[in-house]
Design a protein around this ligand. Structure first.
Ligand code: AMP
Ligand code: GLY
Length: 416
């Protein structure tokens, strides 16, 4: 089997490795990939979406796995183009990927399908947004488009709301678009992933990511400084409620509204005092949650994704380890405001009993690794208990160093 994975970060490194470990020993390719991913998957000579799909067709690719979201909604859409060329794709077509690409589309879908979510109003101008906030703080403002994780502001007061609205409407920082003014919810967050195949689904191991830069969940929002994953993260009761009130009606709604879906769907959920509510959908796995979840998967992930892309949910092909997994992110100097490239990484060879996934690294001419991005490495370890996984992941991460390294010491420990 020949599989091509689309993306280049730590999530895709973890996906590629999990696919590589599938019993069928698939031949792997990755686009655009990274030096670390290319140790497991071959690079692809393509530029842009059309040429990528043409390459897949010319090179007998059996399965395309969408790691990152942007290609799903670019041009005609990755999955749409794959379908045209008869290539099974694990990832939804453009029309369904609007669930992630447009917050307004997602909100209307949630409301239409009676799925619990925060109240929201879509606004076109700064004045309309201020009117919709109606002096109720804290408030949540969301730019209606892909903004690389920077499009959401939880605003405690009017000054912070005006700052964000100024960025969106006056400076057009994310390009043209509307702003959703949303009720601010409270409670612990959980990331729930489902593999959806038409009208069927399989819920993967739930995870939680640590979005803030600093210990104690303080400091600015980041792409994620770590994650913890386990079936035991959420009680069976709460998971059953999430399945009944959120996952099932989502799958039903997609069918009912004629939105085809074969791929991972990520439910960002807040466990509020009145029950779980959806904060967002993402049409892909989370990063860094993927790095924590993948090592818990047993069986044939490649066969599972291929069958799914062809319309068959084969739950018997995979199983989930009941233990815990902890992912510690090592980030470069300046992150998240900026990042620093070119810092030499040491100690990777001393990492024991843990997996190393590369999020942003590059090989130097003499074969060493250096930083190349904000999030640099994910160190992931598992164990039968939360404590065991935490201890192992942090002690493995202690072995790695580079100038300016930033890391949280409470990943897996802090419980929200
Ligand atoms: P998103 O990009 O939609 O994942 O939002 C980023 C983060 O903003 C979420 O992980 C939450 O921590 C926070 N957030 C989003 N929506 C709300 C909400 N309605 N109430 C409170 N916090 C929210
Ligand atoms: N971990 C958050 C995300 O992947 O969007």
């Amino acid at each position: 089997m020949r599989i091509l994975v689309v993306g280049k970060g730590g999530r895709e490194h973890a996906l590629v490795r999990a696919l590589a470990e599938s019993p069928g020993k698939p031949e792997l390719f990755c686009f655009p990939g990274s030096d670390a991913i290319f140790e497991w998957a071959q690079p692809v000579a393509a530029e842009g979406l059309e040429s990528l799909v043409a390459w897949m067709a010319a090179h007998s690719i059996d399965l395309c796995v969408a790691g990152e979201e942007s290609y799903l909604v670019k041009g005609e859409g990755l999955a749409n183009l794959c379908e045209k060329n008869g290539i099974p794709c694990w990832g939804p077509p453009k029309e369904s990927a609007q669930l992630e690409a447009s917050k307004e589309f997602a909100k209307e879908f949630l409301v239409r399908n009676g799925i619990p979510t925060a109240r929201a109003t879509a606004t076109d101008t700064l004045d309309a947004a201020v009117a919709a906030i109606a002096g109720e703080y804290p408030t949540v403002l969301k730019f209606d488009g892909l903004a690389a994780g920077k499009g959401v502001a939880v605003c405690p007061d009017e000054a912070s709301a005006l700052d964000f609205l100024d960025e969106v409407f006056t400076q057009a920082r994310f390009g043209p678009g509307r702003v959703l003014v949303e009720q601010c919810l409270t409670g612990p967050e959980v990331s729930v992933f489902a593999a959806i195949v038409d009208d069927q689904y399989l819920i993967f191991t739930p995870a939680r990511d640590y979005k803030r830069a600093n210990d104690g969940d303080l400091g600015p929002n980041t792409g994620g400084m770590g994650a913890v994953a386990s079936r035991q993260l959420v009680s069976p009761d709460v998971l059953a409620t999430i399945e009944e009130q959120i996952v099932k009606p989502t799958v039903k709604g997609l069918r009912h509204e004629g939105l085809p879906y074969r791929g991972f769907l990520y439910f960002g959920i807040m466990l509020t005092p009145t029950g779980p509510q959806v904060i967002e959908y993402n049409c892909r796995f989370g990063d860094p949650e993927c790095q924590a979840v993948m090592p818990l998967i047993e069986g044939d992930l490649a066969g599972f994704c291929l069958a799914g892309a062809k319309g068959e949910l084969r739950t018997e092909l995979i199983a989930f380890n009941e233990g815990w997994s902890v992912c510690v992110i090592l980030a470069s100097a300046g992150y998240p405001e900026s990042s620093r490239n070119g810092d030499l990484i040491s100690g990777l060879e001393n990492v024991n009993n843990a997996r190393i996934y590369h999020s942003g690294t590059q090989r130097t001419k003499d074969g060493a690794w250096q930083t190349q991005g904000g999030r640099v490495l994910a160190i992931v370890a598992g164990g039968p208990t939360r404590e065991a996984a935490v201890t192992q992941a942090h002690s493995a991460a202690d072995a790695v160093g580079f100038a300016g390294l930033q890391r949280r010491r409470d990943i897996g420990i802090l419980n929200f």
